[in-house]
Design a protein around this ligand. Structure first.
Ligand SMILES: [Zn+2]
Length: 276
């Protein structure tokens, strides 16, 4: 089995009733929508999990994880598996299985990230791309340009994930010289961890920039500055608290940058016009 996620709708887990016994679970990365279903392991015969060390470190203790390299080869049940960094999240990899003409699972991936390193995958007879959230044909540079207009506002709340694009957006604003960057404590510890024990996932030289942001970005102190708070859909965490507090106010500008999942504050605020 490749990936076993949760959501994106709150409480949603895949139906694994007809799957039967699984010999091994391979994880591409640790995001909740790819790895958040491991509580269901007993329903598929408690297989060993294969994941990179960076992903495995975040699992609760007692979970049986065998290490996959960030960029290299491993053997799982007699099948050779090639991995490479997928340009998307700490510890995230694509998986190339030496089956038939080659089976390549890309998970979530980006060759354009300014933060995460990307290793081009080898040729494969079959490629599986995850298009669960639809496609976005704009380049990352075009998407980032939309953030530039936000620098004109005196207060902007950006609900973001603590890894994935959250730190990437922080890096983008820091490189723009944004003096008023403010982050919650979950983001701050995520930035520190990425700059330290997760730096193998980053592009050359970026770790020092993240460490600097973790030290210099201000704490959230009312509707002031460019505020990055977790979680991305504002269902939990600091962003949920801030959205509740500011939903009926005019400040700050609120901008969601991910999937607008039905039943989440992200969807509600965009629908009612309070957020973009
Ligand atoms: Zn992801």
């Amino acid at each position: 089995m490749i990936d076993l996620g949760y959501g994106p709708q709150p409480g949603r887990l895949p139906n694994v009733d007809g799957v039967g016994k699984v010999d091994a679970l391979l994880l591409s990365h640790g995001h909740r929508d790819h790895a958040g279903g491991i509580a269901m392991l007993s329903k598929i015969g408690n297989p060993p999990i294969y994941a990179t060390e960076i992903v495995a470190r975040r699992f609760p203790s007692g979970i049986n994880v065998r290490a996959l390299p960030m960029s290299g080869t491993a053997e799982v049940l007699g099948v050779r598996i090639g991995t490479g960094r997928s340009g998307h999240a700490p510890g995230g990899v694509w998986l190339h299985l030496a089956l038939g003409d080659g089976l390549l699972y890309m998970g979530d991936n980006s060759s354009e990230s300014i933060l995460y390193a990307y290793d081009p995958p080898p040729r494969a007879g079959t490629v599986i791309l995850d298009g669960s959230y639809g496609s976005n044909d704009a380049t990352l540079a075009e998407c980032q340009k939309k953030f530039d207009a936000l620098l004109e506002s005196s207060a902007v709340l950006l609900p973001v994930p603590a890894d994935g694009r959250g730190p990437e957006i922080a890096l983008y604003f820091a490189r723009k010289g944004c003096p008023a960057l403010r982050i919650d404590e979950t983001m701050r510890s995520s930035l520190r961890r990425m700059a330290d024990t997760e730096r193998a996932s980053l592009r050359e030289g970026v770790a020092a920039e993240l460490a600097r942001i973790a030290e210099t970005a201000g704490a959230i102190d009312g509707p002031r500055g460019i505020i990055l708070a977790t979680r991305a859909d504002a269902t939990e965490g600091e962003s949920a608290r801030l959205v509740q507090q500011w939903e009926n106010a005019t400040d700050p500008v609120i901008v969601f940058s991910g999937d607008l999942t039905p039943g989440t504050p992200a969807e509600r605020l965009v629908k009612n016009g309070r957020a973009r």
